[in-house]
Ligand binder design. Structure first.
Ligand code: ADP
Ligand code: MG
Length: 402
């Protein structure tokens, strides 16, 4: 922005009274009279005296500025001398004009600077208000985005959990079906045996023959077997239920200082219940420092990774092993899940953690297992890394700090 100067400072016409104010007249007038050797008067454009008084018969010499007469010098002296004195006075007036002009210019430019500053200030205030508005808007948008991300993340957790729970339910149903079946059949057999005992009651008079005929020796032995067998079956169901309970910690939100080995055992137990033929699951657990964690979330990670390993062995099309190994490592815990399955291509390796990336068929994989696993591990300040060789196998290592 450039300051515009008022043209008045240059263009205005000065009157003689302005150029020769009273104090100046009082100093210059007597000096002129002395030089002229006669009384003299300084008159304005209208002939009014600014200083002195014109004697009778005095001549007038004009004082001109830019061809305009702005006043006169009057004295009764020869014309030449009067003109010389007028020239002096005129030079004085010119010097005064320049002085006044410079003064006006200075004032004007200061005023212009001030006006420019005011304008700048006003503009700054406007832009400051705009930035404030923008920053408020930005803050709101960031808050909204964070909320949306939170929501999406919860949805991801939920989707993977639902997939786990679905598989789990199928596995559990399968697992429980078998013991329930034979316990039921055992109880039915015991019921029939009781009928036989009832038959003995009617023939107590001839007890030894009846005992023999009813084959009660066998029934006694077999009953004991059946009871043993049934207890074992019911224990198996109870164990499955206990495993499930440990596993379903997924919704327990509190942090705990936990030894992760029992978690690994819980999860392995659940996975074992639905292990396909040709896949062996081995544990190689070593003492671990206790770590502060969300055990339910860690279970979810272990389940996703172990399930992937089992699937990889199955996909490999030959018998294989999944080994879960735990050990203390530096400042925390290392859990490595190694499989002898299909392995991963370079492209798969770069994309495993991508949400919804899956190589499984429609309805078979969510593509969220590893995404959520990484998320949970990072939320525990941990790391998850993968090394893999196509057709040889994969090792997923989870490191969690103590
Ligand atoms: P999903 O199991 O639902 O496909 P994940 O996020 O668990 O989703 O895994 C993504 C993909 O990474 C899998 O589809 C598979 O291609 C690959 N993957 C994960 N773990 C292994 C593994 N142990 N061996 C081979 N491939 C694996
Ligand atoms: Mg998976």
């Amino acid at each position: 922005m450039s300051a515009t100067l008022d043209n008045d400072a240059f263009d205005r016409d000065y009157t003689l009274a302005e150029l020769l104010p009273e104090p100046l007249c009082k100093a210059v007038g007597p000096a002129l009279a002395h030089l002229l050797g006669a009384d003299c008067a300084v008159l304005d454009a209208d002939g009014a005296a600014l200083w002195g008084s014109a004697p009778a018969g005095a001549a007038r010499a004009p004082l001109t500025l830019e061809l305009e007469p702005i006043g006169w010098l009057a004295a009764a002296v020869p014309a030449e001398r009067l003109r010389a004195a007028a020239t002096l006075l005129r030079q004085l007036c010119l010097a005064r004009v320049r002085y006044l002009m410079a003064g006006a210019l200075h004032t004007e430019s200061v005023a212009a600077d001030y006006r420019a500053l005011l304008e700048k200030h006003a503009a700054l205030e406007v832009s400051e208000a705009r930035y404030k508005l923008l920053s408020e808007e930005l803050e709101q948008r960031v808050a909204a985005t964070v909320k949306l991300l939170d929501e999406r993340q919860r949805q991801l957790y939920q989707a993977e959990k639902l997939a786990s729970v679905g598989q789990l339910a199928a596995g559990v149903a399968h697992e429980i079906n078998n013991p329930i079946g034979f316990v039921r059949s055992n109880v039915a057999t015991l019921g029939r045996y009781l009928d036989t005992w009832r038959g003995l009651k009617a023939r107590l008079a001839d007890a030894p023959a009846a005992w023999q005929e009813l084959d009660l020796d066998f029934i006694l032995t077999d009953s004991a077997d059946i009871v043993q067998d049934s207890i074992a079956g019911i224990d198996r169901v109870a164990r499955i239920v206990a495993d499930l309970r440990g596993f379903s910690n997924v919704d327990r939100p509190e942090e705990e200082v936990a030894d992760l080995n029992p978690n690994i055992e819980d999860v392995a137990s659940v996975v074992r219940g639905q292990l396909p033929a040709g896949v062996a699951l081995q544990l190689d657990l070593h003492p671990l420092p206790r770590i502060l964690c969300l055990p339910g979330h860690i279970n979810q990670v272990l389940h996703s990774v172990i399930r992937n390993a089992v699937q990889a062995v199955q996909d490999g099309g030959r018998p294989g092993t999944v080994t879960v190994r735990s050990q203390a490592a530096g400042d925390g815990v290392d859990i490595a899940v190694a499989d002898t399955g299909v392995g991963m291509s370079a492209e798969q390796l770069t994309r495993v953690f991508e949400p919804f990336y899956t190589t499984r068929g429609v309805g078979q994989g969510t593509g969220l297992g590893m995404t959520v696993a990484k998320d949970i591990v990072q939320a525990h300040d941990g790391r998850i890394s993968i090394s893999s060789q196509p057709q040889a196998g994969t090792t997923v290592t989870i490191h969690l700090p103590a």
